[in-house]
Design a binder for this molecule. Structure first.
Ligand SMILES: *Cc1c(COP(=O)(O)O)cnc(C)c1O
Length: 218
């Protein structure tokens, strides 16, 4: 199946899932392009994808130079020593998970004369190393909002790696509750293996890699 064909199928399944849970709103599809050949990413963009997500700065910069302009999201771990380059290369940073990272990113954005859209990364899974604990999310949100160069637009979380669907749903429910307290318009949960649970929990943005592109190569 081509990337374009997979995209058509994903959109159809997504529409069905939205209807099944009585949601009349839409869900944005962020194509996660890490370790995918740039030709495949170009194919997805030609088929209508307008937002892409990358985890690694160097890989992303090399690819962005070869692609038509789309909205770019940084979804990898945010190291403070790379904040400047990340703020320059990306439109959105989804992985702000501690006050020092927010401060470094704000300094970088200020230096670039740009106001950067960010999401707060929440930890809802024992298998995940990064992200702020739900009970500390509001404090981090206040710290992010204290930086004029950052615009906090919501929450990102990675679901637990488990075959237990109920555990995934419980984790996403906790994320939804926390998103309600943090505020914003973007609730970025759901990947190739857990997007249905994410849609049922209120996701407004799915981050889809392998279901769209096939297995990662490098
Ligand atoms: C890799 C990655 C994804 C996409 O994962 P798939 O299972 O391939 O859909 C989504 N979000 C983050 C943060 C990732 O690192």
């Amino acid at each position: 199946m081509t990337v374009a064909e997979r995209l058509v199928r994903i959109r159809a399944e997504l529409a069905e899932e939205l209807a099944a849970c009585g949601r009349a709103d839409g869900v944005r599809l962020l194509a996660v392009t890490k370790k995918q050949p740039v030709e495949r990413v170009a194919e997805a963009i030609a088929a209508g994808i307008d937002e892409i997500g990358e985890n690694y700065l160097q890989e992303a910069s090399a690819k962005f130079a070869l692609l038509p302009p789309v909205r770019t999201h940084f979804i990898g771990h945010l190291q403070t020593n790379k904040a400047k380059a990340i703020a320059a290369a990306f439109d959105v940073v989804q992985s702000v998970d501690r006050p020092e990272a927010a401060a470094a990113l704000a300094r970088a954005a200020e230096g670039l004369g740009k106001r950067l859209d960010v999401l707060l990364q929440l930890n809802i899974s024992p298998s995940e190393r990064h992200g702020v604990a739900p009970d500390e999310a509001e404090r981090l949100a206040a710290a992010i909002r204290g930086h004029a160069a950052l615009r906090l637009d919501g929450v990102m979380a990675i679901g637990p790696i488990t075959g237990d669907r109920a555990e995934i749903s419980r984790a996403f429910a906790l994320a939804a509750k926390t998103f309600g307290r943090v505020g914003g318009s973007t609730f970025s949960i759901g990947m190739s293996g857990d997007w249905r649970e994410a849609v049922r929990a209120g996701s407004t943005m799915l981050r889809i890699g392998t279901a769209l592109f096939g297995p990662r190569t490098a």
